[in-house]
Design a protein around this ligand. Structure first.
Ligand SMILES: [Zn+2]
Length: 208
């Protein structure tokens, strides 16, 4: 029988905390220049993983929360050093932890990331997903960079490949990709039992 996976997630921080954007008191948050420099000149999207690999800017700062995990306003999964230790003990070398300069926090990005298969069906923007199809392309690929601005995901029809304890699924939400995290039952249990705060576990999110 296939190993059981759950969705591992965190609540959004209730403060104005961004990684790819810079918040501004009077205007909407602005994309940081390092992200803009990596964005496709045609469609404006950028590769979140490459941006993190280039290093997080030094003024992102310490979040106003003591939680061990939370989502930034731009959907980066930010984790404490304690969270990192617990995850690395169960799933060594299965996630990268990009340090947020001058803080004790990291942005977690899984090593194994699943992209929608090339034969994914293209849907109309609001068309309901067909039964059994986990991915939906909802926009055409950019002629310059090949990325699609909108890809949706129905986790209940997705079987998580049994390649480790932590698997990411990448979807597109406009400017950059977002990751849905699938974690093994063992890793979820370790996160819960360690008393870490901020994490949420959704059982039955996936087929297995
Ligand atoms: Zn593009």
């Amino acid at each position: 029988m296939a190993r059981q996976f759950h969705e591992l997630d965190a609540l959004q921080a209730n403060d104005d905390y961004w990684v790819f954007f810079r918040s501004h008191p009077n205007h909407p948050a602005q994309l940081r220049s390092t992200c803009r420099a990596l964005a496709c000149p045609k469609c404006g999207t950028f590769d979140a993983q490459k941006t993190l690999e280039n290093g997080i800017e030094s003024d992102v700062g310490t979040p106003a929360t003591s939680r061990d995990a939370f989502l930034s306003c731009d959907y980066c999964l930010v984790v404490s050093a304690r969270s990192r230790s617990v995850i690395e003990a169960v799933a060594p070398r299965e996630a990268r932890f990009f340090p947020i300069p001058n803080t004790e926090f990291f942005v977690l990005y899984p090593i194994t990331v699943i992209d929608p298969p090339p034969d994914t069906k293209t849907y109309m923007p609001l068309e309901p997903a067909r039964n059994g199809e986990p991915f939906q392309f909802r926009s055409k690929p950019c002629r310059r960079c090949g990325r699609r601005k909108c890809v949706t995901f129905q986790s209940q029809w997705f079987t998580v490949p049994d390649v480790g304890n932590l698997v990411g699924v990448r979807i597109e939400t406009g400017l950059y990709s977002m990751i849905t995290l699938a974690a093994s039952h063992v890793l979820c249990a370790a996160v819960i039992e360690s008393g870490l705060t901020g994490w949420r576990v959704y059982k039955d999110a996936f087929r297995n």
